[in-house]
Design a protein around this ligand. Structure first.
Ligand code: FES
Ligand code: ZN
Length: 305
C-alpha cells in the first residue's frame, strides 16, 4: 500500500500509477497546444524524473497522434557517470519509437571533468547548467521542436521558487517554465511533472518497471540548490502540503509578475547565435573564462611531468 501523505489517500500500486498518469496528462493538456505534424523535444538525462516524463509523453504522443517525439541527452563529460545513463535513454528510445539525439560538452572544447577542478569560487553546476541549457536549446531548435519538456518535479519547482524569492530575482521567477510566451530563438519549455513530488516520481518509475539511472553526479555536493532542498523538505515535514502551497501561490502571482515586468528584448549572441540580453550570451562568457583556466591547468600539468 502506498501512502500519499499530503491528502491522506491510501492507494494500491495500480491506482497509484493511474493517479499519477491522470495528473501528468492533465498538466500536459494544460501547458501545451499540439497539432498533427508538430515536434516535441524532451530533455532526458536518464534519471528517474526525466525518464518518467519521457515515458508519459511517449504514451500520449504516439505515432497515431502524428506528433514526433525527440529525446535530447547532453553528455557533460563526467567519466563513469554519464555514459551508463546515455545507454538507458538510447534503449528506451529505440524500443518506444522516440528519436534520440546526443550532444556533448566536448563540442565546446571542455568537459565537466576539466572544469570542476578549476572553477574556483563558483559552483561546477553554474557552468554545467548554463552549457547544458545552451546545447539543449540549440538541439531543440534544430529538430524544429515546438516545445521542450523537462523532468522537473514538485520538489524542484518549490526549491526554484524559494531560491528566486530569497534572491529577490522577480525577473527570473517570472520567466520560469511553463512558458506561454514564445521568445525569439528560445524553445518554450514545459514541465509535465511539476505537480508530482519527487518521492512519487521515484515510486512511479519503480512500480512501472522503468529503467533509469540513479547515479549521483560527483560534483553534486557543491550545489547551492541543496540548501533550498533542505529548507523546503523541513517545511514539508512540519506542514505536509507545503511544497504544493509554494507552487500554487506562485501560480497565483505569476500573471502579475509577468505583467509587471516588461520582457526585455532578446537578440542573437554575435558569437554563437543563441538568444541573449547582453552583448554576448552567458554561455560564451563562461566558456571564455573557463577555457583559459583549463588551458592554464593543462599547461601546468605538462610542466609538472
Ligand atoms: Fe552540478 Fe553535476 S555539476 S550536479
Ligand atoms: Zn553566445
Amino acid at each position: 500500500m502506498t501512502f500519499v501523505r499530503y491528502n491522506g489517500t491510501h492507494l494500491c500500486p495500480e491506482h497509484f500509477l493511474r493517479y499519477v498518469d491522470r495528473r501528468v496528462k492533465r498538466e500536459i493538456r494544460k501547458q501545451i497546444d499540439v497539432d498533427h505534424g508538430d515536434h516535441i523535444a524532451v530533455a532526458v538525462s536518464g534519471g528517474k524524473d526525466s525518464m518518467v516524463a519521457l515515458k508519459m509523453l511517449a504514451s500520449v504522443f504516439n505515432r497515431k497522434t502524428g506528433v514526433e517525439l525527440h529525446a535530447i541527452t547532453i553528455d557533460e563529460g563526467i567519466d563513469g557517470y554519464r555514459p551508463p545513463s546515455v545507454d538507458i535513454v538510447r534503449r528506451f528510445c529505440s524500443e518506444n519509437d522516440v528519436r534520440f539525439h546526443l550532444r556533448s560538452f566536448s563540442e565546446l572544447g571542455v568537459t565537466m571533468d576539466d572544469i570542476a577542478p578549476v572553477c574556483g569560487d563558483s559552483s561546477p553546476c553554474t557552468y554545467c547548467g548554463v552549457f547544458r541549457r545552451m546545447l539543449m536549446n540549440d538541439e531543440a531548435r534544430k529538430v524544429d521542436a515546438k516545445y521542450l519538456a523537462t523532468g522537473h518535479n514538485l520538489d524542484d519547482m518549490a526549491q526554484s521558487i524559494m531560491m528566486n524569492f530569497v534572491r529577490g530575482d522577480a525577473e527570473r521567477m517570472a520567466r520560469m517554465a511553463p512558458h506561454d510566451v514564445v521568445r525569439p530563438g528560445l524553445i518554450p519549455r514545459f514541465v509535465p511533472l511539476r505537480e508530482i513530488p519527487e518521492k512519487e516520481t521515484l515510486l512511479y518509475a519503480m512500480l512501472s518497471g522503468l529503467e533509469f539511472w540513479d547515479g549521483v553526479c560527483p560534483y553534486w555536493e557543491a550545489a547551492l540548490r541543496n540548501q533550498y532542498r533542505d529548507i523546503v523538505d523541513q517545511l514539508e515535514d512540519r506542514s505536509p502540503g507545503a511544497r504544493y502551497g509554494i507552487l500554487s501561490s506562485y501560480d497565483t502571482i505569476k500573471p502579475l509578475l509577468r505583467s509587471g515586468l516588461k520582457g526585455a528584448d532578446l537578440h542573437s549572441c554575435p558569437r554563437c547565435g543563441e538568444p541573449t540580453l547582453g552583448s554576448s550570451c552567458k554561455s560564451c562568457q563562461l566558456l571564455e573564462r573557463i577555457r583559459a583556466r583549463v588551458g592554464e591547468a593543462h599547461a601546468q600539468d605538462d610542466t609538472d611531468e
